[in-house]
Design a protein around this ligand. Structure first.
Ligand SMILES: Nc1ncnc2c1ncn2[C@@H]1O[C@H](COP(=O)(O)OP(=O)(O)OP(=O)(O)O)[C@@H](O)[C@H]1O
Ligand SMILES: [Mg+2]
Length: 444
């Protein structure tokens, strides 16, 4: 086989899947012609093959180098000792298909050969293969299409990695366009876009939900678990509940039980409801009630009904406003045992109430804390998913541009969970492909 034009050199070192090849004098020019096609030898990232009996091992060049030789060997190696390191990646039979993984290893003296375009089509597959989508061409061999097995892609998790500017976002776009321009007219894809970068590229294929666009992105806070909610609201990082947490949980549960009989999707038995059930409740109401409970002064000792509100110039009580989060104002307590009296001396909740009001006022997180008509009675979670998935475009972009950094992970997690759980529990009713991106990775 040594006489073949594809011969590159012989194996001189094998270290696991890493193989070192000593280049032969014949492959010195750096350029070899096979079937009229020119190939550059030793290009990082290109394939080589090592025939072992009826099997061909395939490897990718990861390093090339040269070193000098002793003077008495200059005749045999006039251009020095030239070598390359190759990582073995898969194998195939002379006529069969390529498979990832290595079941046998080469040994010293085995031959290494150049991989021609004909071999490469075995590795990369053919356009005619069913279930393959074409996302472009192989950079090192432009005549070969870059194909992906769509079945494998969507039934496993995949990640696209690369250094900054290497083309990850572009690959995601090409991938999504390819899925849609092939035979998958019913494919539904949800793309979580943390940096608002996909609108333009996928304009014709997508409907966009964003914080400030035509279609508003809403992820109701009431489908968060208590710990997730408390992480955003109170920066709660530990799982142990403080007395403040327990008090707030008590109010949440009370409200969930009350509303559970009026839900659009049917009533839920009380004994199945926990503080973490995705049932609506009114955070503003909780803030308002607990604020009054904590700070009110009362005209009759221990009586929460006779709150001593301050009055404005017209004599109207300054009761504050739950919706606008305007604070109620109370007459300061009297001195020497005279009314009004402080309703409670327990001010444990003060800091929690302050933080809660701050978050409810922060319009960057309105998409979570202002769910509008997603109140469980007018619209429930199935309506939300229905809006996301049921439209005439194949892709739904959930644009998280503008979401504060500390809420981003949670928003992505919540969307993923909501989508996955809906897909799981409704798997006999709806079929959708789930896809999400983070800064540097695409998870499918
Ligand atoms: N296949 C390609 N051919 C030519 N140019 C490309 C290709 N893919 C990407 N580019 C160009 O490279 C640049 C960076 O691409 P892209 O934004 O996709 O990279 P990225 O890996 O997502 O970067 P970042 O890490 O910053 O998000 C863009 O200008 C893009 O047009
Ligand atoms: Mg990018």
């Amino acid at each position: 086989m040594k006489s073949k034009a594809t011969f590159l050199g012989t194996i001189e070192d094998v270290n696991g899947a890493s193989v070192r090849i000593l280049l032969s004098n014949e492959s010195l020019s750096g350029l070899v012609y096979v079937d009229g096609q020119g190939y550059r030898i030793g290009q990082i990232g290109t394939f080589i093959k090592i025939p072992i009996g009826f099997t061909l091992l395939y490897g990718i060049i990861s390093q090339v180098g040269a070193s000098s030789v002793p003077e008495n060997r200059i005749d045999q190696q006039p251009y020095g000792n030239r070598w390359m390191t190759v990582q073995l990646v898969g194998e195939g039979s002379a006529n069969g298909n390529f498979q990832r993984g290595i079941s046998q290893y080469p040994t010293i003296g085995d031959e290494a050969h150049l991989v021609s375009e004909r071999d490469l089509t075995k590795i990369y597959g053919k356009v005619t293969d069913v279930n393959y989508i074409k996302i472009g061409n192989i950079a090192s061999s432009e005549s070969i299409p870059a194909l992906l097995d769509i079945d494998k892609l969507i039934t496993r998790h995949s990640t696209i990695v690369g250094s900054t500017g290497s083309g990850k976002s572009n690959t995601v776009t090409a991938l999504l366009k390819a899925i849609n321009s092939n035979n998958y007219p019913k494919a539904k894809i949800i793309l979580i876009d943390p940096h608002s970068e996909y609108h333009t590229a996928l304009e014709d294929f997508s409907k966009v939900y964003s914080l400030d666009g035509v279609n508003k992105l809403k992820i109701p806070y009431w489908c968060l678990s208590y710990n997730e909610l408390a992480l955003i609201l109170f920066d709660k990082k530990q799982s142990i509940d403080s007395p403040q947490d327990l008090r707030i949980q008590q109010e949440i549960l009370k409200q969930k039980i009350t509303i559970s009989q009026d839900l659009k999707s049917g009533s839920i038995p009380e004994n199945q409801i926990t503080v973490n059930s995705p049932i609506p409740f009114d955070l503003k109401q909780i803030w308002y009630d607990l604020y009054i409970e904590t700070f009110a002064t009362v005209n009759t000792k221990g009586d929460f009904d006779t709150i001593a509100y301050k009055r404005d110039g017209q004599g109207v009580e300054l009761k504050g406003n739950k919706e606008t989060l305007e604070l109620p104002e109370f007459i300061p307590p009297g001195t020497g045992g005279s009314s009004p009296f402080i309703f409670t001396t327990n001010k444990l909740l003060s800091s929690y109430l302050n933080k809660l009001r701050g978050k409810l006022l922060d319009n960057r997180v309105d998409f979570i804390f202002d769910p509008e008509d997603f109140d469980g009675v007018t619209k429930d979670l199935d309506d939300l998913l229905n809006e996301w998935v049921n439209h005439d475009k194949p892709i739904t972009i959930l644009d998280l541009g503008g979401v504060p950094f500390d809420t981003m992970d949670l928003a992505v997690g919540l969307i993923s969970r909501l989508t996955f759980e809906t897909m799981f529990w409704g798997r006999f009713r709806v079929k959708l492909i789930f896809m999400g991106t983070t800064k540097k990775a695409l998870i499918i």
